[in-house]
Design a binder for this molecule. Structure first.
Ligand code: C2E
Ligand code: MG
Ligand code: MG
Ligand code: MG
Length: 280
């Protein structure tokens, strides 16, 4: 009975919350070894222009944990950010992506890869240097690499961000603003930041045929064009959405309607025999 009481003293949370805490600790523990255990894998989701021609892909990280099974990046990326693991994971994703560009160079000379970069990773002091070293090591053209950043990462320290972005662009890398329209800030930062592309978030694409989203998306495309930025709509799932976006002048697309994210092998099969296009 004493044992029972003793155990109860540690019941700080409800069993349900306790379970969540345990899961979270397990994820942290396993994630710390995911790279050395070779549990991480790059997936590739094709990006196509208005003619439906592929010019590149977004790199999306997948984690198949031996102990925990498949875990979505929406779950483990935030944990990687909170624990600092994002630095080694982010480095790994960039190095692997650049390695792919190197290997595929012979056959797919102009293929572009778009890589997600976390705010913490971008804020790191060595981010640009490491990127530079890797690109030189593999002798890959920086213009084939787009770095996808979100508003939150860019607005954190605006002055420093501007300097970093300018340096990256001077080196030849491209910068995309991911999840555009989902943040809280005004449009004025668009003018202030050196960017190459905006990615219209799926939340808008989902409702692109509705009366509220349509003028919004139309404005986003027109603003981007006026600022000489490229635009891509992400999360396009239906031909209705695609047609609506095309009619609004959207030049580039990504989404299940065109192709789902695929592992390296399937992506190469998908690419086989396809005509190439350019980003518009
Ligand atoms: P994101 O960068 O905005 O990526 C787009 C997400 O939408 C991906 O989810 C993609 O699989 C999904 N998606 C694409 N087309 C469709 C569609 O037509 N319908 C639906 N329902 N979904 C679609 P995923 O792969 O689960 O990644 C989620 C988020 O995790 C990403 O959002 C990104 O923020 C983050 N992430 C993924 N890989 C990395 C990485 O290597 N590094 C970092 N820092 N973050 C990553
Ligand atoms: Mg992205
Ligand atoms: Mg996005
Ligand atoms: Mg997102």
């Amino acid at each position: 009975q004493a044992k029972e009481a003793g155990r109860n003293q540690f019941k700080l949370f409800s069993p349900q919350i306790q379970k969540q805490v345990d899961e979270r600790i397990q994820i942290e523990t396993e994630l710390a070894h995911a790279i050395e255990n070779q549990e991480l894998e790059l997936f590739f989701q094709p990006q196509v222009n208005s003619q439906g021609l592929c010019y590149g892909a977004e790199v999306l990280l997948r984690w198949q944990s031996t102990k925990l099974g498949f875990i979505s990046p929406a779950v483990f990326i935030p944990i990687a950010e909170e624990t600092g693991l994002i630095h080694s994971i982010g480095d790994w994703v960039l190095a692997e992506s650049i390695h792919c560009l190197r290997i595929w160079r012979q056959r797919y000379t102009h293929l572009e890869l778009s890589v997600n970069v976390s705010a913490w990773q971008f804020a790191g002091n060595t981010f640009i240097d490491k990127l530079k070293v890797t690109i030189e090591q593999y002798q890959v053209c920086p213009a084939q690499l787009t770095l996808e950043l979100t508003e939150t990462s860019l607005l954190h320290n605006l002055q420093e961000t501007k300097i970093k972005l300018a340096e990256l662009r001077k080196l030849g890398f491209k910068i995309a603003l991911d999840d555009f329209g989902t943040g809280y800030s005004s449009l004025s930062y668009l003018r202030d930041l050196p960017l190459d592309e905006i990615k219209i978030d799926k939340a808008f694409v989902d409702e692109v045929d509705g009366i509220t989203a349509q003028p919004l998306v139309e404005s986003m495309i027109s603003i981007a064009k006026h600022m000489q930025l490229s635009v891509i709509a992400e999360g396009v799932e239906t031909s209705v959405q695609k047609t609506a976006l095309l009619n609004m002048g959207c030049p580039n697309f990504q989404g299940y309607y065109f192709a789902k994210p695929m592992n390296k092998q399937d992506f190469l099969v998908w690419l086989e025999g396809r005509d190439w296009g350019e980003k518009q």
